[in-house]
Design a protein around this ligand. Structure first.
Ligand code: ATP
Ligand code: NCN
Length: 289
């Protein structure tokens, strides 16, 4: 049975049954008492998680250390619910599991929060408010080495493609943008095809709490391309953790479509999927031996 909880905000949040926040890597003591403790949260499909999803957190970590007065005490991936109904979305259970395998194997500080995934669709503002409640109200925030209590600021970490949708009419509510960009704050990682300045241009009123971060090494990997590679029997080695590749193969999550014809080349199998012919491997269409 789901439980209703209330927060310091007007929102009522509902926890899926048996839900408890994963917090084994949440650092409860601040190293530097002059810094503001923060937790980074990336929301998305993670269908499947790629190395670049993990890399986003490392890029943000470097930026934060060099340019801000924040101190990161934890990082969460929050896979979206099945109700998001994006084409080709495999079940939340599998996407949560893949994120867990990846973070446990590849990272020493990242965790997965399944609250959003394992229930009905939740807006991103609600997800951030939920984590704020769990970390600050339920767990009691963090302390300095002298035992002084500090609330943790829960901040969104997103690619510039996602942030550019915030300027599209009808996608996000203004109140939610105020909550996400104004109250929580957001780190925006540059993504090929979605220029940073264009993505945040019309979000100027929140500019003090939006931190754009350029990618020093351009990385154009997307989950869409990874799914297409699986479906075409192409290698995905080194695009995502081996432990995730094994899991996908064991559960046959993105089945190989079989040999493709001349006509198929460059086409996705899910509506809305990227045209693989725009990538370097455009002319490769081979079936696995
Ligand atoms: N290569 C990348 N560069 C920058 N940001 C990225 C990159 N890949 C994913 N992200 C960001 O990671 C978050 C979660 O992404 P998501 O799970 O939607 O991955 P995706 O690769 O965009 O998925 P799909 O291809 O299925 O649309 C989003 O904020 C997205 O902008
Ligand atoms: O909260 C909103 O109004 C909102 C509007 C558009 C997108 N989002 C979130 O943004 C993420 C988009 O993921 P994706 O895979 O479609 O890029 C996903 O977590 C959605 O819940 C959230």
């Amino acid at each position: 049975m789901a439980t209703q909880i209330s927060t310091h905000k007007a929102t009522a949040l509902t926890n899926p049954s048996n839900y408890a926040l994963t917090s084994h890597r949440l650092r409860r003591t601040l190293h530097d008492f002059t810094k503001q403790p923060i937790v980074l949260v990336a929301c998305g499909s993670f269908n499947p998680i790629t190395y670049h999803h993990l890399r986003m957190f490392e890029i943000a970590k470097d930026f934060i250390r060099q340019n801000t007065d924040f101190e990161i005490v934890g990082g969460y991936l929050s896979p979206v619910s099945d109700e998001y109904k994006k084409a080709g979305l495999v079940s939340a259970h599998h996407r949560v599991k893949m994120c867990m395998l990846a973070t446990e194997q590849e990272s020493s500080w990242l965790m997965v929060d399944s609250w959003e995934a394992l229930q009905n669709y939740q807006r991103t503002a609600v997800v951030l408010d939920h984590l704020d409640y769990e970390i600050n109200t339920v767990l009691g925030g963090v302390s300095t080495r002298d035992g002084e209590h500090r609330d943790v600021q829960v901040m969104l970490l997103a690619g510039s493609d996602l942030i550019s949708t915030m300027s599209e009419p009808g996608v996000w509510s203004h109140d939610d943008l105020d909550d996400i960009l104004g109250r929580h704050g957001t780190f925006v990682i540059e993504r090929t095809g979605a220029a940073l300045d264009q993505a945040i241009d019309s979000l100027a009123r929140w500019r003090n709490s939006i931190y754009p971060i350029a990618q020093l090494v351009q990385n154009d990997v997307s989950s869409t391309k990874v799914r297409l590679f699986f479906r075409r029997g192409l290698s995905v080695q080194y695009l995502l953790p081996a432990v995730v590749i094994d899991y996908i193969e064991q559960n046959n999550l993105y089945p190989d479509d079989g040999p493709c014809t001349e006509k198929d080349k460059g086409k996705g199998t899910e509506s809305g999927e990227a045209d693989i012919s725009t990538s370097e491997s455009s002319n490769t269409c081979v079936k696995k031996p």
